[in-house]
Write a protein that binds this ligand. Structure first.
Ligand SMILES: CC(C)(COP(=O)(O)OP(=O)(O)OC[C@H]1O[C@@H](n2cnc3c(N)ncnc32)[C@H](O)[C@@H]1OP(=O)(O)O)[C@@H](O)C(=O)NCCC(=O)NCCS
Length: 157
């Protein structure tokens, strides 16, 4: 698997992946602007974009705006790897997760995020968000060794 910053050529694939989640009602142009205003890292498996993370970088923290892995590639540790890019290791992070999204809640809990609040009706009527915060100064503190530079291998795990 290769984990790398996104290129402009990736945008159609990111849009396809995002659309299939049904998580937010963006139009293609809004989605593209959002990706370009922030920082996306992609996971590439077998030449395909298998997932991506979109991060908003503030001086003292980061917000995880989107995290998506294609259904075919789930449960292989790709989301966990995307959450450990060189970028995400360095600052405390926040994220909103729909209260019913068990896979995402489990993922963030396993990375050391804790719930710190709720946003009612954030995703629509009766669709509440849980706000989570990573409690250290960045995920680097949670891993024994810093991540190496991105490497490529034929397998995706
Ligand atoms: C949430 C999502 C990104 C997880 O991607 P993934 O690559 O399958 O996750 P990983 O394989 O890295 O899983 C890491 C950990 O997350 C948790 N997890 C992931 N999927 C899970 C599931 N379906 N059920 C329960 N726990 C799950 C587990 O703790 C897992 O560790 P384990 O496999 O050792 O048990 C993916 O399911 C997805 O794209 N969902 C749709 C979009 C979405 O909801 N994004 C998050 C919005 S905040």
């Amino acid at each position: 698997m290769l984990i790398r910053p996104h290129h402009d050529d990736d945008l159609p694939a990111l849009w396809m992946l995002h659309q299939k989640t049904g998580l937010s009602p963006f139009r293609n142009s809004e989605f593209t602007a959002w990706v370009n205003q922030n920082m996306a890292w992609v996971a590439v498996c077998e030449g395909q974009i298998a997932g991506f993370v979109l991060i908003q970088d503030a001086p003292d923290h980061q917000d995880v705006l989107l995290l998506v892995v294609a259904p075919l590639y789930r449960r292989q540790g790709i989301a966990r790897r995307l959450m450990q890019t060189p970028l995400t290791l360095k600052k405390q992070m926040f994220i909103e997760v729909e209260a019913t999204n068990t896979p995402a809640l489990s993922l963030y809990q396993s990375l050391g995020f804790k719930p710190i609040g709720q946003r009612r009706d954030y995703y629509g009527p009766n669709r509440h968000a849980i706000v989570m915060r990573e409690l250290t100064k960045g995920l680097a503190e949670r891993f024994e060794r810093p991540r190496r530079a991105p490497t490529e291998s034929p397998e995706c795990n």
